[in-house]
Structures are given as structure tokens and as C-alpha cells.
Design a protein around this ligand. Structure first.
Ligand SMILES: [Zn+2]
Length: 217
């Protein structure tokens, strides 16, 4: 578990936050934790970078040479940081959200639906929707910062290639079984579950003009 300090949270806190008074930490005799405004700030920084990386033209993607630390020796590996970040953001969010929260995250943050569309689809009122959005932002903000060994935030450490000497995680019988299952699915031509990724863009609405053009064609 990561230790949070005021020197880190101060810059991320909302100046007029009623909970932390702009300090970013909520402290009492028994506990010390980052304020929710800080966690939401972290999520939004990560989300903005995710959108930037996902919307960027693919022909200007860059590869970078990074130092990878193995147990026995230092290795150099090629990486595509922006694509890795998009994948990490999506997969970490998928792992930490479920049910209704995952639906809201998918519709609102990945597909770009505004609160009206989401409320209509999920049959909830505006207040409940934003209550869920805030909870999602707070939960993911904390996860993005506390993720081990490589967190998604701070962004400069993620993209700057900060390296720590961690031993690779050994494969367990369960993970080996799962890998075999996935390979079998692929061999049979089935779509892997994690490949059903929705495109990141605002939902498109068909206009009357489009319909008229189609009929004319
Ligand atoms: Zn606060």
C-alpha cells in the first residue's frame, strides 16, 4: 500500500474543497487518507492522457527503447508507450469495475455518451448517475496511483520509463490453464473475450441529411 503525503496531494487538490480545505489530505486521530478531490484529479489526468493516446493518428505512433530489468541481467526492449497506456487504462479499469459501474464507465468514458443518454439507457436520474461517476473516478484514481509495480500515475514516470528491479511473476497452474483455454479459443477461430473492445469515440447520430443521401445513392 502506498503512503500518501501532503506534498504530493497539495497540487492536485481543489482549492475550495470543503473536505480537505485545499490540502489534499483528510487526517484524523485514527487515519490519514487522500481526499476524494485528489483521487478524482488523478483519474481525470489519466483519462485525458488516455483520450489523447487513443485519438492520436496511428501513423505518428512512436517506438521507444527502454531498459527492462530482469533477474539476471539488464535488457533493452522496444516499446510503444502510448498503445501500452491505452491498453493498461482499459484493462485496469475493467478489472476494478463491475456491473452497473462498468456499464456507466463504458457508456460515459469510453463511448462518450453524455449524462442524458446514459440516464435514458440505464434508467436512472441525473443525481444518481453523477454519484456513480464520482465513485468510479475516486476508485480508479486510487488504483491508478497505487498500482504495483508500475502505476499509471504519475504520467511522467509511466512515459519516462522509470524502471525497478522486479522479478517476473511466476505462472501459476490457474494462469497456465487460462492461457491454454485462450489459445484453444483462438485456434477454433472464436473471438477472445478481451478483444471485444469498443471504439473510443462519441456516439454517432444519424441525421436526416445522411438518410436522404443514402436514398439518393
Ligand atoms: Zn479535497
Amino acid at each position: 500500500m502506498k503512503d500518501w503525503t501532503r506534498s504530493e496531494t497539495l497540487a492536485l487538490a481543489l482549492e475550495d474543497c470543503a473536505t480537505c480545505q485545499g490540502l489534499g489530505m483528510v487526517e484524523n486521530k485514527r487515519s490519514k487518507r487522500p481526499c476524494n478531490c485528489v483521487l478524482r484529479g488523478i483519474f481525470r489526468l489519466c483519462y485525458n492522457r488516455f483520450r489523447y493516446c487513443a485519438d492520436k493518428d496511428k501513423h505518428i505512433a512512436r517506438t521507444t527503447l527502454e531498459v527492462g530489468m530482469g533477474r539476471k541481467s539488464t535488457r533493452y526492449i522496444w516499446g510503444r508507450k502510448e498503445e501500452e497506456y491505452v491498453a493498461d487504462f482499459f484493462l485496469v479499469s475493467r478489472r476494478n469495475l463491475e456491473g452497473l459501474e462498468w456499464d456507466i464507465f463504458r457508456f460515459h468514458f469510453l463511448l462518450g455518451a453524455d449524462w442524458r443518454l446514459c440516464c435514458l439507457r440505464l434508467k436512472m436520474d441525473r443525481g444518481t448517475f453523477f454519484h456513480h461517476v464520482y465513485r468510479i473516478e475516486q476508485r480508479l484514481g486510487r488504483v491508478f496511483r497505487e498500482l504495483q509495480p508500475y502505476a499509471l500515475y504519475p504520467l511522467d514516470e509511466y512515459f519516462g520509463g522509470t524502471v525497478e528491479a522486479h522479478e517476473p511473476v511466476a505462472a501459476t497452474p490457474q494462469s497456465a490453464q487460462r492461457t491454454n483455454d485462450l489459445m484453444n479459443m483462438r485456434a477454433k477461430g472464436n473471438v477472445l473475450p478481451f478483444r471485444r473492445v469498443v471504439p473510443v469515440r462519441a456516439p454517432l447520430a444519424k441525421t436526416e441529411q445522411d438518410g436522404a443521401e443514402e436514398q439518393a445513392a
